[in-house]
Ligand binder design. Structure first.
Ligand code: 13P
Length: 238
């Protein structure tokens, strides 16, 4: 079976590095990206000895200057960051991030050699004449068109996260995920597309078995190091 990517977004939660160290032991975790809060980045860099990649959850679209509370791509690079999540729906909702801002952030990350994990995803469709899947495909392609403008697509990873599935326990159906991710790959020709939204113990095997899904962007389940390691090992036994 292909190596499935586990991209773990801790969001604003402290997850014990000691616990991750304990469960990882000496094993290889080179298909795992851990994205802790900014304050824990330096601590988590220690897990690179296991092959783990370090991810951030946000970046500024500027290089430096009077932007209180912001962190530049250059600073992230110096902290050992390899990947960075951009355009997450929670940043759009709570920080009013726009698609053109996301586009600028992606450009900055690529300039500094960090791989952007670009999030797209739709709300629930309230148009009775259209299926959720059809709505999702149209919605994410419109988002991608703007977000990926003038960007070398080979340098980004896309994460498809239906907003209604995030933190709700409602996972998108297998056929829905397959159709939307196929449409993304047809449109953008990106190498890796992840699925995100209530990914966990009860559904990881079915989702990982979908051909076009290269990995998952995981919120809640990533707060449990033991579960991440268990799911990773289980998939590798196949
Ligand atoms: P959950 O896995 O908690 O639904 O979160 C998904 C997510 O938002 C990852 O970025």
């Amino acid at each position: 079976m292909k190596k499935f990517i586990f991209a773990c977004n801790f969001k604003m939660n402290n997850v014990s590095i000691e616990e991750y160290k304990r469960v990882m032991g000496e094993d290889d975790y080179s298909n795992v990206i851990l994205c802790p809060n900014f304050c824990q980045l330096y601590q988590y860099a220690e897990l690179k000895k296991n092959g783990v990649f370090l991810g951030a959850q946000n970046v500024s679209e500027y290089n430096n200057g009077a932007y209180t509370g912001e962190t530049s791509a250059d600073m992230l690079k110096n902290a050992g960051v390899d990947f960075c999540i951009v355009g997450h729906s929670e940043r759009k909702k709570y920080n009013f991030e726009t698609l053109s801002q996301t586009n600028l952030k992606i450009k900055k990350l690529i300039e500094f050699g960090i791989t952007p994990i670009v999030c797209v995803g739709e709300e629930l469709c309230n148009n009775e004449t259209m299926s959720q899947t059809e709505y999702a495909k149209r919605y994410v392609l419109v988002e991608l068109k703007e977000i990926l403008q003038d960007i070398d697509i080979s340098k980004v990873i896309v994460a498809y996260e239906p907003i209604w599935a995030i933190g709700t326990g409602k996972v998108a159906g297998i056929e829905h995920i397959k159709e939307v991710i196929d449409a993304i790959k047809k449109y953008a020709e990106v190498e890796f597309v992840l699925y995100g939204g209530s990914f966990g113990e009860s559904n990881f095997e079915q989702i990982a078995a979908i051909d076009c899904v290269d990995g998952a962007l995981i919120g809640g389940a990533s707060l449990k190091p033991e579960l991440i390691c268990k799911m990773k090992k289980k998939l590798e036994e196949k």
